[in-house]
Design a protein around this ligand. Structure first.
Ligand code: HEM
Length: 154
């Protein structure tokens, strides 16, 4: 596999519509990838689960866009984040190119929805107790990603 933003073997930039910004140093901490820094598969799964828990607890706007049963949504986000963070590219292997812009086209995402997504992700990051560089990196890059997925004005 080509070299991705997190080094040899990670998902290549060319297959990611959403890319962390290339960095000379490691803005997420000491480990070679954010995936390792967070603590691997179990912790990435915990982040995806916490994110959807936050939506179910406190975000009627985002909840309304989702299916009644969010099991599949949770699994897809976990698989995506695994590869995006420099771990096993599970989404790519199992479901192909994420094509996030295309897959989000059915949902009206303006600035409000994008910032609400980013806010829920930050609450999830805090529920996991992430701190320091890893917290800043994930919050910044996932907010950037959410803003890139806007497909409506306002
Ligand atoms: C900007 C605000 C966003 C909104 C309102 C939003 C909303 C949604 C909705 C309603 C779904 C469908 C869930 C389902 O079918 O179960 C979805 C799917 C998904 N979203 Fe988002 N999303 C946003 C941002 C993001 C971001 C920033 C990422 C990645 C970092 C992301 C990753 C995904 C993935 C991987 C899927 C599954 C795609 C599929 O296979 O169907 N989303 N999103």
């Amino acid at each position: 596999m080509a070299t991705g933003p997190f080094g040899k073997g990670s998902v290549p930039c060319s297959v990611m519509e959403i890319q962390p910004q290339p960095q000379a140093r490691r803005p997420w901490g000491d480990a070679s990838t954010p995936y390792e820094e967070i603590g691997g598969e179990e912790r990435v799964r915990a982040l995806a689960e916490a994110f959807y828990d936050v939506i179910e607890d406190e975000s009627p706007v985002l909840r309304a866009m989702l299916p009644r049963d969010t099991t599949g949504s949770r699994q897809k986000l976990f698989e995506f984040l695994s590869g995006w963070m420099g771990g096993p590219p599970l989404y790519w292997e199992r479901r192909g190119h994420p094509r996030l812009r295309m897959r989000h086209a059915p949902f009206a995402i303006g600035a409000g929805e994008a910032m609400e997504w980013a806010r829920c992700m930050e609450v999830a990051i805090d529920r996991l107790g992430l701190a320091g560089d890893l917290r800043s990196f994930l919050a910044t890059e996932l907010t950037r990603a959410a803003l890139q997925l806007q497909n409506r004005g306002g």
